[in-house]
Design a binder for this molecule. Structure first.
Ligand SMILES: *Cc1c(COP(=O)(O)O)cnc(C)c1O
Length: 403
């Protein structure tokens, strides 16, 4: 609410594109060519491990780097079990399956997310059900979730159902947007109150913490991504995190064709997936994870520089980490005041012309043809964020300029 009042302070005539471009320039300098939104950094043992992997001939879906990568992920996150898979979307798909999402179910998720969250729900034959996002966290709004469930949900002997559609609500899937953790305790309490499984989409937030714990580490099920644009990359890759040993065992089984262990026989006891991360990709991942602390430190410095320069720019607000959390600042974001929302594309054009690979937020899921008919609550905050948000170049290699 306070935001609305602050908005009107800056008259449209005082809103200057050049001020915004200048602020970015003061934070990161004048780019030599184009400064991409997020570029990987290979400054460690990448080549050595890849060479070792190739020389071993174990480049495919079984090999020592896969185990090593999984153990490193467990160490970095504090989760009991990490299962490496072929990409983040596959990790989410497996998480939803492991959470018991069945064809005909609904899964509550934010409309402001990358398509992978929503696609993974659809792969299960389930329907996404969209709830609003929070201006503070940019992720699922706990209050909006509670309000929506109060309005449509009903507990029955077979689970919580949506009274309007008759479908079971099988899971709630918050996503830690651009690395900012959601209000996890509040959302987990609501999920618990309604007896609905919680699946965290932590694809963007490796290294982020909520009340001192790595996001995803306290979850029954969480998904990570190691796509080329994420904070740590395996080329393509993902992981399932869980604190439940039995679920961890099931996660490995389900994502490795559900084959029963045997010296030579091929017996599979359910329809599993070939979602294994190749050893070659895991080798890259091990080298990358060794550098995570350094990446996090660089990204915090860059975020601090953006925060500093934008503090002096009227009509624009830097999106800082929510209280009680540390963000990995995967992608830095600024929000234009609502009064200047119609200038968003002009700002994007000006930044890109100046060599800064700035981008808007994703098109909200309920606007996409596949999900236009999906049930949804009020999405006015997500729509406002969509109108106003701009992501700024955020690579760990960017050295902020000293002012
Ligand atoms: C990157 C990402 C994923 C996973 O994407 P993959 O490219 O399949 O690894 C899932 N959810 C969100 C929100 C993401 O940003």
């Amino acid at each position: 609410m306070s935001e609305v009042m602050v908005d009107s302070v800056v008259a449209s005539s005082d809103f200057k594109l050049e001020t915004i471009v200048d602020a970015v320039r003061r934070a990161v300098g004048t780019p030599n060519g184009v400064l991409g939104l997020h570029e990987p950094v290979f400054a460690g043992n990448e080549i050595a491990y890849l060479e070792e992997c190739i020389k071993s001939t174990f480049v495919s879906s079984v090999g020592p780097f896969v185990d090593r990568f999984e153990r490193m992920l467990e160490q970095v996150t504090g989760a009991k079990r990490a299962v490496a898979v072929v990409n983040g979307t596959a990790a989410l798909h497996a998480c939803f399956r492991l959470a018991g999402v069945e064809p005909g179910d609904e899964v509550i998720s934010p409309a402001l997310t990358f398509i992978a969250t929503t696609n993974a729900i659809a792969y299960c034959g389930a329907t996404p059900h969209f709830v609003d996002s929070s201006l503070e966290t940019l992720g699922m709004d706990a209050r909006a979730l509670a309000v929506r469930l109060d309005a449509i949900a009903q507990r029955t002997a077979t689970g919580t159902i949506n009274r309007e559609t008759g479908r079971r609500i099988a899971a709630i899937s918050p996503m830690h947007t651009f690395g900012h953790p959601v209000a996890l305790d509040e959302i987990a309490a609501i999920a618990h109150e309604w007896g609905i499984a919680l699946v965290e989409d932590a694809a963007e937030s490796l290294g982020s913490t909520y009340k001192g714990h790595a996001v995803g580490s306290q979850a029954r099920l969480a998904a990570l991504s190691f796509n080329g644009n994420k904070i740590v990359t395996t080329g393509g890759g993902g992981a399932i995190l869980t604190n439940d040993e039995e679920l961890g065992r099931r996660a490995k089984h389900l994502t490795t064709t559900a084959k029963l262990p045997h010296k030579w026989a091929f017996v599979h006891d359910e329809i599993g997936f070939n979602y294994r991360l190749p050893n070659l990709n895991a080798a890259l991942g091990c080298a990358q994870l060794e550098q995570l602390d350094g990446f996090l430190a660089s990204k915090r410095q860059l975020a601090a520089a953006y925060e500093r320069v934008f503090a002096g720019v009227p009509g624009v607000r830097f999106s800082r980490e929510p209280a009680g959390t540390t963000s990995n600042y995967w992608l830095n974001a600024v929000l234009l005041d609502e009064a200047h929302a119609e200038r968003r594309d002009d700002v994007l054009t000006a930044l890109n012309e100046a060599g800064f690979g700035a981008r808007p937020a994703w098109t909200l899921m309920h606007r996409l043809p596949m999900f236009a008919q999906s049930p949804r609550g009020d999405l006015s905050t997500a729509e406002s964020i969509e109108r106003r948000l701009i992501n700024l170049p955020s690579s760990a290699s960017i050295r902020p300029r000293d002012e």
